[in-house]
Every structure is written in structure tokens, then in C-alpha cells.
Design a binder for this molecule. Structure first.
Ligand code: OXD
Ligand code: MN
Length: 547
């Protein structure tokens, strides 16, 4: 496939001495991100898709797609990709078949999924699979649709070659279709990384964490602890998607359905994510990055080099805007990650000790808090909000509600999704605690207060200590925050006063936030689970009491 793409110009060889097996793909400049405005959930009843999704009636969607597909692959090669999401022998895994006319999609699916004969054999055993039909069409943004038909377990995508729109195993299958399947089968398909944290005693706690796109999931999944953490190790199981199911022991067990990373390149550097840099030295596909004079891939935040060619292939002069596209990506097999966990292949998955929700918020939201119960944790997830990033087309930096980081990915009505989450409390005996974090709080001068990256280890350690009952927490109206002395700040630039600022809970501002959350939730009307409203009312009452 690489040879086919080198011959057609779809791929460009990068410096094979510094980066053996690495190639660059330049996408169409109008096709660089997920396109949420033309992504549809096609259910018979509009309400089943909910206010969180674009909706189209299945018949109308199919006839539109039929028209677009008519003759679209004439003169092209059609590829059939049988793939398995999750370890081939895991009962939690699910299979699909994608048909595509894009060699780039084939090569990426080869890294992102378990594809080929093993997947085909599993499909024959399972007797069922998700069907995906994809054509790049003419890459015309006006003739572009990503359609999902949950009842038929069917995906139809036309007019884009970009990752999330075209690698159908990822967002379309493993999140939108899988979330509906998970609901009917009693499990969860989530936009979460999975990371194992091993302490010096050799105990490993696995954490599943949801953050909106381009908010550092990949960095957190493979962080390198600060030097004060001798004897601690981080194990990467996944960086984007997590499927969780209750086990016989009443715990949640999780797999990463993917086999590779499709990560955001800008911001990946020696100080932010050295593990990612190390895994990108060979056998990787780069999409829309810049290139240096000696033909190495480059992006903002990588190093001090100055590239000579921008992501479009034009010559680049320093200071002329960003050289790599802000949503430029790398695709690489997960096994190449220095912190790769063998448990990523474990058929039963890994047991989850804690669930973490997080957003990108400059103000208001504390560095970390713990929910008071599963039910309150579901409210924390449902009220997540974040400033937007370049991972989707549209304005960057505006606050939008992104419940469970699933706004672009939940394949059905959020109200029903929260009911499904809440139902776990009735069915599962040993649920993990739920936390909420915010690495992105800024001071009055506009600087980040928390250093983030490897230092996030300090917050992870607090969570683990909470899980094992080693530390107490300070209860507030919105959740429990750490006692300052329980966060390890040895060797940290930020001190006690910064921690105080990061953990401050401003009652008046939170009362306003809660009203905005209420307004947001109210659009789900009668379908909104009563238990979620009860939780919200409890928080409102507690805020009023301390005000
Ligand atoms: C991704 C995304 O590509 O969330 O993972 O946009
Ligand atoms: Mn993602």
C-alpha cells in the first residue's frame, strides 16, 4: 500500500535515515478535521438521536448517500478491510468490515485496528459485524456526509479522507455505533484513555479518563513521572477509546479497542511527551505536518528546528503562521510506545480503579475533585465543559458543554445515555470512584498555574491514595478536593499558594455555573433522568447553604 501511495503522490518519503519507514501525507486543505455539522445519526425517531446529534431519517439519508455513491469508485480500486476492535480473542471486542477507495485509509486502518485474516476468522465465528462504506468522492466539502444507522449497525461516509471521518473503526464504529450497542448489551463505549500506574510496591492501578479532543489524552496516557517518583511506572493501554464491561467480581474491566494512536502532533515535544517522540522515529504516517530542510517531519512544539515546507507543501518562512496544521496527526502502532502495556492484549481487559473526567477551563474548575457517589459522578461527567480546539472544524477557544467528552461521539440521545450510566449503580457492586480534573486553570495574567504533563502524576497519585483510603479529602458543595498537604509538591515550581488557587471553590461563580448546567440539561426535557436532576438540586442546595 505504501508503494501504491508513493507512486500516486498520496505519500511522500521522509528522511529514511532519521525516520525509517516514515511517510508524509498531505490531505486536501479543505479536509483536515472531523466535520460535526455533516455527521448524522439516522434513527427512525428523531428523539432517539437527541439534541446532542444531527438527525436525518434513515430512508432519506440512504437515498442521499446512494446518489453520492453512484459511480463514485469508477476507475478506482475498491478495498475490503475486515477489522477487529479490541484483542482478537476478547469477548469485549467487536468486528467490522470497511469498504473504501482510499489506500491511505487502508494503511491507517492497518495500524489502528487488528485487520486482515485474523479479523475475518473472528467475523466468521461471531456471525455479525458493523458494515462501513467509505468513498473519498471528490473531496468536495459541499458533498460530504458521515451517516450512522445504529439499527442496521451501518456507517456510510462520503467526501472526506480525514481520520475521524474516514477510518470508520475509530469514531464512527468504536464510539457512535458501539455506544448504542453498549447500551443494549449493558456496557460502556467511551472517549477515554486507559493508563496503568505502578507504584514502587509493584501494584498497578488502571485509570480511564475522558477529555475532549486535543486536551492531552495522549500525553496523559504515556506520561513520564517527575524525578521525585522513583520506582513508579506508567503503562499505556490506550489513548482515545475505552470499552468497559462489568466483570464477575463486580468491577469494571476495560479494553482499548484500537491498536494504534492517531495523535495530534503539535505540542508533542521532549518536555511534553518524550515517549511519543520516541515512538515516532520509525514506521509512522504523518498527516499535514511541516518538513525540515533535511526532510524530517516537524510541528510546532517539537524542537527548535525551523521547517522549510509547511503542511500544504509550500515553502515556509519563519513567523509566517503555523507551519504544521494545528490538527496535524501521526499514526503509529501502539506497540511502538516505550510505555506500552502488554495488558493491551489481555482478552479480559484491565480492572478500572478510577474514572476521570476533565475539561479545558481557564477559570472556576478546580485542579481535581472527587464525586460524592456514582450518581454525583455521572452529574460531573454530564456537566463537563471545555474550550474548543482544532480537532473539529469551527471556532477555537469557546466554551461548549461536552458531557463525558462524548458530545461529538454519543450515537444516541444523551438523556438515555446518562440513564444508562446511572443504571450501573443498580447492577454493578464494585464501581470505581469518579474524579474530575482541570489542568488548564490560568492566573489573572493569563498564565497556566499548573505545569501539567509529567507533573499530572502528582494528581494521579492523590487519586490512587483516595482509592486505597490512604488520604482524606475536604468536602465542598461541588465535590471533595485534596487537603493541600496530600499533594506531593516536592520538586515542583508551583507552591502552596498556587495549589490553594487551583483548589479554590468560588461559591458565587459556581452557583452561576450550576444554573448554566441546569439550562443545558433542561433541553433534554422529560427524557432527562430524575436522578440527575436530584443530584443537581442537591448541589444547588449545598451551594446556597455555604454562600
Ligand atoms: C480524535 C478526536 O481524533 O477526538 O481522537 O478528534
Ligand atoms: Mn478522540
Amino acid at each position: 500500500m505504501i508503494d501504491v501511495m508513493l507512486a500516486s503522490g498520496d505519500l511522500i518519503k521522509l528522511n529514511q535515515e532519521t525516520h525509517p519507514g516514515c511517510y508524509l501525507h498531505r490531505s486536501d486543505p479543505d479536509d483536515v478535521a472531523r466535520v460535526e455539522h455533516v455527521t448524522f445519526i439516522c434513527t427512525t425517531e428523531r428523539d432517539d438521536a437527541g439534541p446532542n446529534n444531527n438527525w436525518m431519517a434513515p430512508d432519506e439519508a440512504k437515498s442521499r448517500m446512494h446518489e453520492l455513491y453512484e459511480g463514485c469508485m469508477k476507475g478506482r480500486t475498491l478495498y475490503v478491510i475486515p477489522y477487529c476492535m479490541g484483542p482478537i480473542d476478547s469477548p469485549l471486542s467487536r468486528c467490522g468490515v470497511e469498504i473504501t477507495d482510499s489506500p491511505y485509509v487502508v494503511a491507517n486502518m492497518r495500524m489502528m485496528t487488528r485487520m486482515g485474516s485474523a479479523a475475518l476468522a473472528r467475523i466468521e465465528r461471531d456471525g455479525g459485524f458493523v458494515r462501513g462504506l467509505h468513498s473519498v468522492g471528490e473531496l468536495d466539502p459541499k458533498r460530504r456526509f458521515i451517516m450512522h444507522f445504529p439499527a442496521d449497525r451501518l456507517i456510510q461516509s462520503f467526501g472526506s479522507g480525514y481520520g475521524g471521518n474516514a477510518l470508520l473503526g475509530k469514531k464512527c464504529h468504536a464510539l457512535r455505533i458501539a455506544s448504542t450497542q453498549a447500551r443494549s448489551e449493558g456496557w460502556l463505549a467511551e472517549h477515554m484513555l486507559i493508563v496503568g500506574i505502578e507504584n514502587p510496591q509493584g501494584e498497578i492501578h488502571y485509570i480511564a479518563a475522558a477529555f475532549p479532543s486535543a486536551c492531552g489524552k495522549t500525553n496523559l496516557a504515556m506520561l513520564i513521572p517527575p524525578s521525585e517518583y522513583e520506582g513508579w511506572k506508567i503503562w499505556t493501554v490506550g489513548d482515545d477509546i475505552c470499552w468497559m464491561q462489568p466483570g464477575d467480581d463486580g468491577r469494571l474491566w476495560a479494553i482499548n479497542p484500537e491498536a494504534g494512536f492517531f495523535g495530534v502532533a503539535p505540542g508533542t515535544g521532549e518536555s511534553t511527551n518524550p515517549n511519543a517522540l520516541a515512538m515516532l522515529n520509525q514506521d509512522a504516517i504523518f498527516t499535514n505536518v511541516a518538513v525540515t530542510a533535511d526532510n524530517q517531519p516537524w510541528w510546532e512544539g517539537k524542537d527548535e528546528e525551523v521547517p522549510v515546507t509547511d503542511w500544504r507543501g509550500n515553502s515556509y518562512t519563519s513567523g509566517a503562521g503555523s507551519a504544521a496544521h494545528p490538527n496535524s496527526r501521526f499514526t503509529v502502532p501502539i506497540r511502538q510506545c516505550p510505555s506500552y502495556s502488554e495488558q493491551a492484549e489481555a482478552p479480559r481487559g484491565v480492572p478500572i480503579s478510577a474514572i476521570v473526567f476533565g475539561g479545558r477551563r481557564e477559570r472556576l474548575v478546580p485542579l481535581v475533585m472527587e464525586s460524592k457517589s456514582w450518581q454525583h459522578g455521572v452529574l460531573l461527567g454530564a456537566s463537563m465543559a471545555s474550550e474548543t480546539t482544532a480537532a473539529a472544524t469551527g471556532q477555537v477557544g469557546v466554551v461548549r458543554r461536552d458531557p463525558m467528552a462524548m458530545k461529538p461521539f454519543c450515537g444516541y440521545n444523551f438523556a438515555d445515555y446518562w440513564s444508562h450510566w446511572l443504571s450501573f449503580a443498580d447492577r454493578v457492586s464494585n464501581l470505581p470512584p469518579i474524579f474530575h480534573v482541570n489542568w488548564f486553570r490560568k492566573d489573572r495574567a493569563g498564565n497556566f498555574i499548573w505545569p501539567g504533563f509529567g507533573d499530572n502524576m502528582r494528581v494521579l497519585e492523590w487519586m490512587i491514595n483516595r482509592c486505597s483510603g490512604q488520604v482524606q479529602a475536604r468536602e465542598t458543595a461541588i465535590g471533595s478536593v485534596p487537603h493541600i498537604s496530600d499533594i506531593n509538591i516536592n520538586g515542583l515550581d508551583a507552591g502552596i499558594s498556587e495549589l490553594e488557587a487551583l483548589l479554590e471553590v468560588d461559591t458565587a461563580a459556581w452557583s452561576e455555573e450550576i444554573e448554566q448546567i441546569r439550562e443545558y440539561l433542561q433541553q433534554y426535557g422529560d427524557r432527562l433522568p430524575e436522578r440527575l436532576l436530584q443530584e443537581l438540586n442537591k448541589v444547588t442546595a449545598q451551594l446556597a447553604r455555604v454562600a
